[in-house]
Design a protein. Structure first.
Length: 116
């Protein structure tokens, strides 16, 4: 079955051309982002950003598509302006397994509650 995560990635319009290039070079990334998502919003902030959400996905850095997305985020992080044009949030199965990257789209947050 494998370890599963919930993942959200928002790609802003300034870095979207680079992300589209990543999808072109890596068909597995294109499939993940254009077919295998649980939710996709193409004009997320009414300004051209794209939001992708996956629930219960195997988000292993050893997978070529996940590695390519990680390299895209590394590229964004190399420049402060680009870092403010994306947001990545991953929640793993364990309570302390949380990854947040990118300095933009602060409305994408982790919330916790107790249900009974």
């Amino acid at each position: 079955m494998g370890y599963r995560s919930d993942v959200c990635l928002v790609v802003g319009k300034e870095v979207l051309p680079k992300f589209m290039t990543v999808m072109t070079k890596h068909p597995a990334v294109a499939a993940l982002c254009m077919q295998e998502y649980d939710k996709k919003i193409e004009d997320y902030d009414d300004d051209g950003a794209m939001l992708f959400y996956w629930s219960g996905v195997k988000w292993y850095s050893t997978y070529s598509d996940i590695e390519a997305i990680g390299e895209f985020m590394d590229w964004c992080d190399e420049d402060d302006a680009r870092a403010f044009d994306y947001r990545f949030v991953r929640i793993g199965e364990e309570p302390d397994d949380v990854v947040v990257r990118g300095d933009g789209f602060w409305e994408v947050v982790i919330t916790r509650s107790i249900d009974f």
